[in-house]
Design a protein around this ligand. Structure first.
Ligand SMILES: CC(C)(COP(=O)(O)OP(=O)(O)OC[C@H]1O[C@@H](n2cnc3c(N)ncnc32)[C@H](O)[C@@H]1OP(=O)(O)O)[C@@H](O)C(=O)NCCC(=O)NCCS
Length: 161
């Protein structure tokens, strides 16, 4: 299930954002990948839910609310939304990432202002590539992308306006 973050998620959130197995796959700036940076990001994310400019990031949680991962969106270009997701390492390979990405895409399909989704994935990230391909994203090939050490696959899903 996807829900808003709360400060109860702090410990698990910091654990995830300071784990290189997770963060090496994300384009987050280096300063967010420290305990202090992760805490600041969580606080800013929670504060932004109530603002006009929400940074839309959600917690992936177990039915009893325990933080298992995170996912979110950002505006890439007018009508084009970038999606990202990450799962805490102890929870990998339980289809949590697949289910969260599916829920995110389903929610974005309901937004009339979103025409296309994009996801950037490092070549070795087989799990993420499987997830996007399973959702019907098309691999447009490798592109340079700020925040990544090497070219990433540019996956697109046309939502058909
Ligand atoms: C990518 C990530 C979210 C996947 O989460 P997950 O819950 O472990 O993934 P799932 O269990 O839903 O598996 C998804 C698919 O990948 C496959 N897979 C999972 N781990 C794999 C691995 N290490 N190697 C190869 N395939 C793998 C699964 O078999 C499944 O394939 P299928 O749909 O054909 O059966 C998780 O590995 C992660 O957080 N990675 C770091 C952050 C990241 O890469 N984010 C994505 C950047 S956009």
């Amino acid at each position: 299930m996807l829900r808003r973050f709360t400060l109860d998620d702090l410990e698990r959130f910091v654990m995830m954002l300071t784990d290189e197995r997770v963060t090496d796959q994300l384009s987050f700036p280096k300063e967010l990948k420290t305990a202090g940076g992760a805490e600041a990001l969580l606080r800013a994310t929670i504060a932004a839910y109530e603002s006009d400019e929400p940074m839309v990031a959600f917690a992936i949680a177990s039915p009893d609310g325990f933080l298992r991962g995170m996912c979110g969106v950002s505006t890439f270009a007018p009508g084009v939304v970038e999606i990202f997701y990450a799962v805490a390492v102890p929870e990998w390979r339980r289809r949590i990432g697949s289910r969260a990405a599916k829920a995110l895409v389903r929610a974005l399909r309901r937004r009339s202002d979103v025409e296309e989704l994009v996801g950037f994935v490092l070549p070795d990230n087989q799990a993420s590539r499987r997830i996007l391909e399973g959702l019907g994203f098309e691999d447009r090939g490798l592109v340079e992308r700020q925040g990544f050490a090497e070219p990433v696959h540019d996956y697109r899903l046309d939502l058909g306006g």
